[in-house]
Design a protein. Structure first.
Length: 300
């Protein structure tokens, strides 16, 4: 069995699920998700309920069994004291013999990770499609949205399908409010968006932009666009997946340095899509984002 630890917002949870799903597929086994981190994590909640995924939640006993093992590939037997403290029977611990705990050691793609076999617990962000590109078709089926759109979202979706639509995502939120997050991520500049818009308009002059953001007031005051656009501002944080669905329906995408719009673009199945992404993904120069942007996307 594979247990994938989920944490972060919707986009991060999708990366973590996708990585675990690939391991489950290659090991011909079951994937379960560890949601225990959300008990103390205040920024976001579990968010994958909107998809048609394998929604199997690991029990506390299963998580404890996995985490009670040595992190090496060689399983170390638990002492009787440890079994009692973890609430495990000897039968339970035997089930998870040879557990491997995979903790992300680097931000760039680590090919050895997807070769691991056995019972595996994954703990990381895994932000590269190289961890799961081999199961793209499967993920497109499982990351299909299971809730019906309301009237407003259906109306916008119909317009998106009938126009040469471009999604444009401006991420602010905790990138602005949280000083630590700001130090790591930073914000995409207005210059980035202007250059990305100009790049797409040169190739697709008769287009319509759909602007998504978590700070619509700031966008209205600070961002101007000389082309037809629609501000998509009716979905609140509890229904942010509706914004991602609309992004994925657009013909082309301009994304922020955000896993949320990354997935909006990745779920876009238009074979001729143009995706513009920021060349500078992080403020923190120690984080290597070379494997984060798919090769077919345009880095600006």
């Amino acid at each position: 069995m594979i247990i994938a630890r989920l944490i972060g917002g919707l986009g991060n949870q999708m990366f973590q699920y996708a990585m675990g799903r690939h391991l489950a597929e290659t090991n011909s086994t079951l994937l379960k998700v560890d949601l225990s981190g959300f008990e103390t994590y205040k920024l976001h909640r579990y968010a994958l309920h909107c998809f048609k995924i394998w929604e199997h939640v690991a029990t506390m006993e299963e998580i404890a069994a996995y985490m009670g093992k040595n992190v090496s590939r060689t399983a170390m037997p638990l002492s009787n004291i440890a079994r009692r403290w973890l609430g495990l029977s000897s039968v339970t611990s035997d089930i998870y013999h040879n557990t491997v705990i995979l903790r992300e050691k680097q931000f760039s793609f680590d090919p050895s990770v997807i070769e691991v076999k056995g019972n595996i617990y994954t703990d990381g962000y895994w932000q590269s499609e190289k961890y799961f590109s081999e199961i793209r078709d499967l993920l497109l089926r499982e990351f299909a949205f299971k809730y019906e759109q309301d009237a407003k979202n259906r109306e916008i979706a119909d317009k998106i399908k009938k126009t040469e639509s471009i999604s444009l995502h401006i991420r602010r939120g905790d990138y602005v409010r949280n000083s630590m997050t700001n130090q790591v991520h930073g914000l995409c500049s207005i210059d980035y968006y202007q250059e990305a818009v100009n790049y797409i308009v040169r190739k697709i002059p008769m287009c319509h932009f759909y602007i998504f953001s978590d700070d619509h007031a700031w966008v209205r005051e600070n961002f101007t666009l000389d082309y037809p656009f629609t501000m998509v501002d009716h979905n609140d944080a509890s229904r942010n997946y509706e914004d991602m669905r609309l992004m994925s329906l657009c013909h082309h995408n301009i994304i922020a340095n955000s896993s949320f719009s990354w997935w909006g673009a990745w779920l876009n199945t238009n074979s001729d899509k143009i995706v513009c992404a920021p060349k500078k993904w992080f403020n923190d120069p120690t984080r290597n984002a070379k494997d984060l942007i798919p090769e077919s996307w345009v880095k600006i």
